[in-house]
Design a protein around this ligand. Structure first.
Ligand SMILES: [Zn+2]
Length: 290
C-alpha cells in the first residue's frame, strides 16, 4: 500500500468515527493504540509527529495543514509560534487556586507611585505613573476577585495629597490611607530608571523589621515567575513609605523605563497583567505563610 491509500483509508475511518460523535476518551484512546503503529510507520514522512498525539492528531494535522489550510489560507506559516523572549507562559495561580482563600478578610493597600503633576520616571515615551496605575488597578481587580478588601491610594492620574503639597505630605497622604483602612499590608508599585539604558529587571524593596522581608521575597519570586523579567532580587531600603509604614510594606520596581525594550513591555496590557498576577501570587503566598 502506498501512503495515499493509507491516507484514504484513514480518512474513511476518521469520518466514520466522527459520525458517532460522542466518542468517549477511552474509545479514542483504544483506537489510538490500534492504529497508532500503522500511523507511525506510514505517516512519519508526512511531517506529522505521531508520537505527539497519535492517530487523531495525525488526521487532524493532515486535514488542517494539507487540505483545509491551503483552501482557506488561514493556517498559513505566518501566524506560527513567534515567541517573545521577554515573555513566559504562566498566569493562573491566585484566582482559582485553593490557597487564595487566605485573602478573605485581609485589607490590602495598593499604592501606584506618583501621579498628577508628578509622572515619576519618564523615558522611551513611557510615564512611570501610567505604568504604576495600570498595574495597580489590575492588582486591585485580582485581589478583590480573590476575596480581599482593597484600598487604592489613587485610582486615577492625580496626586494623593492636594496638588502643590510637599513630597513628604504626598507620601504621608498615602500612608494615611493605609492607616485609616487598618491595612494588613501596604504594596507600592513603581517603575525604575537608570542612566545606563542597558539595565533591565524587577526588584522589590522592604523596610527592616516585621515581616516585610518575607512579603518582598514572596512577591519578587512570583513576579519573576510570571514575567520572566531579570531578577534583581530584594533589598532593604529606607524610602518614606517603607520606613514610616506601620504594617508590612514593600515597594516593587517593576522594570526600567530607561531600557527601550522593557519600557515597551511595561506598556503592553498582557505584560501588565502578568506583572499584576505575579504580585498577587506573591501576596497569596505571603499570607499562606504569615
Ligand atoms: Zn517611582
Amino acid at each position: 500500500m502506498d501512503n495515499r491509500k493509507i491516507f484514504a483509508v484513514a480518512m474513511l475511518v476518521f469520518m466514520a468515527v466522527s459520525i458517532m460523535i460522542p466518542v468517549q476518551v477511552s474509545h479514542a484512546a483504544a483506537l489510538d493504540d490500534l492504529v497508532g503503529s500503522l500511523a507511525t510507520s506510514t505517516m512519519s514522512s508526512s511531517g506529522s509527529n505521531a508520537a505527539d498525539g497519535g492517530f487523531f492528531n495525525n488526521i487532524f494535522g493532515l486535514l488542517f495543514d494539507k487540505i483545509l489550510g491551503p483552501i482557506f489560507n488561514i493556517f498559513g506559516g505566518k501566524s506560527d509560534t513567534t515567541t517573545n523572549p521577554g515573555k513566559v507562559t504562566p498566569l493562573p495561580e491566585s484566582g482559582g487556586v485553593q490557597n487564595s482563600g487566605v485573602l478573605q478578610g485581609k485589607t490590602i493597600v495598593i499604592d501606584p507611585g506618583h501621579g498628577g503633576s508628578n509622572p515619576g520616571a519618564v523615558d522611551n515615551n513611557t510615564r512611570e505613573s501610567d505604568n504604576n496605575l495600570a498595574v495597580g488597578l489590575k492588582i486591585r481587580d485580582k485581589l478583590v476577585q480573590a476575596g480581599a478588601k482593597v484600598a487604592m491610594t489613587r485610582s486615577s492620574d492625580k496626586t494623593v495629597a492636594a496638588e502643590g503639597s510637599t513630597l513628604g505630605e504626598e507620601l504621608q497622604a498615602r500612608l494615611d490611607i493605609a492607616q485609616a483602612n487598618n491595612a494588613d499590608i501596604f504594596v507600592s508599585v513603581h517603575s525604575n530608571s537608570n542612566t545606563d539604558s542597558s539595565i533591565t529587571g524587577a526588584m522589590t524593596f522592604y523596610p527592616n523589621g516585621n515581616s516585610s522581608n518575607a512579603l518582598a521575597s514572596a512577591v519578587q519570586s512570583s513576579v519573576i515567575r510570571q514575567t520572566g523579567a531579570v531578577d534583581k532580587g530584594t533589598s532593604p531600603a529606607t524610602y518614606y513609605v517603607l520606613r514610616n509604614a506601620s504594617m508590612p510594606a514593600i515597594l516593587v520596581e517593576m522594570g526600567f523605563v530607561s531600557n527601550a525594550a522593557e519600557a515597551a513591555r511595561l506598556q503592553e496590557d498582557s505584560y501588565r497583567n502578568q506583572m499584576a498576577q505575579g504580585i498577587v501570587d506573591g501576596i497569596v503566598k505571603y499570607f499562606n505563610n504569615n
